[in-house]
Design a protein around this ligand. Structure first.
Ligand code: SF4
Length: 506
């Protein structure tokens, strides 16, 4: 079922029954999620989370020839300052001598606007963005305030569309509406699907007139595939996956990050949509199949050798390229086997703890398990059906593995770290900072000029952990010279005591 005819994408709590509060064993999470017991779980106390506007703007700010208008109070969208570093870097890699970064502005709603409405300011901002930059798209991101006071950003967009050059994209990212920040991926895809996939020529005509069908057939024969990236792949990740897909004889186009708004429509004509992270992409790939007949692959995140093998085999099967895939797998795994042999000895038995989005956390943990590390706890930001495959692999090895479903909440992080004292912590900065202060060596689980996916990524993750573990003295000294943010007494308390009954193992 698709929701594209609705103005707003549903939140993930409703669409997928996704859960965001759990603490206990992996086998218990499987049982309780399957039984629907986690739908009404909650935290009596929370401490820091991530609003969906952050991942939403991370994607939208990357779209070239566009202006992002954050419709809200001045602080919303401030993450754009950090997105800009990445965007400038990508523009430099793309050959720009003068990387401009993203163009984003705020409607800066204040107390008066809360009373009298913010639509007037939004109109001004859209016209000003068009006058100054003449972009191909003007992206209006709605935050909490307009969501609460009832500004109708879709009506404003429809009213002003004839007056501006670019396509206006309303995106509903009101932070208060969902606790699951992954809803942002649906919100962004929702607006892209409503505004950028249907070409002008098709309006009022059949969905697939003969010429379009013919063009689509040719593109399919040329083995053109959509590779989806919602800011969860570094440029080196994109390079690695493109290398593997090219080796299968496939042509690759990457959406939506860094794809021009006018090029998004070509996603409807590809032979296949390939997800790099199932929890990111189901909303769009299912719509592309339902509306445009583009099949999709949405099962594995290609992190680690086995998951990359499975990902590649799924893709090859669609095109009848199984033999070619096996040749690639054999060659790559043989080379990796040799390169990893020394590293495996060093990593065997080391304890690791991980935190990030659900599929990245689980897939990376599976790879570390294959490398011989002992996974003591995983902290996915949320949990839904897309995490089931890799959670199964982890719980097959260790049914009692601690799983703490939490978007950040550092008080639970530090408690679990102190109980388990891992040798290494892999997470985003919002978690790694706590582990580092507790004397644990950390590795960013994503980002920077590194490769995380495919065979190159499998080696890179192992190589970097090996290097970090050889000399953990920086973090040991950091602990000795840093004031710890929590009292010792907290570490003796139950980490999950603020989760409501029904979500705690017991
Ligand atoms: S929670 Fe609401 S007010 Fe806060 S940053 Fe997100 S959208 Fe803005």
């Amino acid at each position: 079922m698709n929701y594209i005819d609705e103005k707003v994408a549903p939140k993930r709590e409703e669409r997928l029954g996704a859960c965001i509060e759990f603490g206990g064993a992996a086998c218990e999470l499987k049982r309780k999620f399957g039984g629907g017991c986690l739908k009404n779980s909650s935290r009596a106390f929370g401490q820091g989370s991530i609003c969906q506007l952050l991942p939403g703007t991370a994607i939208l700010n990357s779209i070239p020839d566009s202006v992002v208008i954050v419709h809200g109070s001045i602080g919303c969208g401030g993450g754009g300052h950090s997105h800009n570093a990445n965007i400038r870097w990508r523009q430099t890699l793309g050959g720009s001598q003068n990387p401009r970064g993203a163009f984003w502005i705020s409607t800066n709603l204040n107390e008066r606007d809360v009373v009298s409405g913010g639509e007037e300011k939004l109109e001004e901002a859209i016209l000003e963005a068009d006058r100054r930059y003449r972009p191909a798209s003007i992206i209006v991101v709605s935050s909490c305030v307009p969501g609460i006071i009832g500004d109708d950003i879709d009506s404003v967009a429809a009213r002003l569309q004839p007056q501006v050059k670019g396509k206006i994209l309303p995106v509903h990212c009101e932070g208060f509406k969902t606790k699951i920040m992954a809803t942002a991926y649906d919100a962004v895809y929702h607006s892209i699907a409503r505004n950028l996939l249907e070409t002008e020529e098709k309006e009022g005509a059949e969905i697939f007139p003969d010429e379009l069908k013919e063009a689509q057939k040719k593109l399919r024969q040329s083995k053109l595939v959509n590779l989806l990236n919602v800011s969860s792949m570094t440029p080196l990740d994109e390079k690695e996956l493109t290398r593997l897909l090219n080796a299968l004889g496939l042509e690759v186009k990457i959406y939506p990050c860094f794809a021009h708004p006018q090029d998004m429509k070509y996603a409807t004509q590809a032979a296949l949509s390939i997800s790099t992270c199932p929890t990111h992409d189901d909303y769009l790939v299912k719509y592309l199949e339902e509306r445009f007949g583009v099949p999709y692959i949405l099962r594995h995140m290609p992190i680690g050798i086995n998951n990359t093998n499975l990902w590649l085999r799924d893709i090859a099967k669609i095109f009848g390229l199984e033999e070619a895939a096996e040749r690639i797998i054999q060659r790559e795994t043989a080379e990796l086997g040799e390169a990893l042999s020394l590293i495996r000895n060093n990593l065997a038995g080391k304890k690791a703890m991980l935190s990030a989005g659900e599929v990245r956390t689980f897939a990376t943990a599976v790879w570390l398990q294959e490398l011989g590390l002992d996974i003591v706890a995983v902290r996915p930001y949320h949990y839904d059906e897309f995490g089931e495959i890799d959670l199964e692999k982890l719980s097959n090895v260790n049914p009692g593995l601690q799983v703490n479903v939490a978007t950040v909440h550092p008080f639970e992080t530090v408690n679990l770290i102190e109980r388990n004292r891992p040798d290494i912590y892999l997470g985003h900065n919002s978690d790694n900072i706590w582990a580092a202060k507790q004397g644990i060596p950390v590795l960013p689980i994503y980002g920077g000029p590194n490769t995380y996916v495919g065979y190159v990524g499998a080696f890179d993750i192992a190589r970097r952990i090996n290097r970090i573990l050889k000399n953990p003295s920086f973090n040991r000294k950091l602990k000795g010279n840093t004031r710890q943010p929590y009292y010792e007494s907290w570490y003796k308390e139950e980490p999950y005591q603020f989760l409501t009954e029904g979500s705690v193992q017991g």
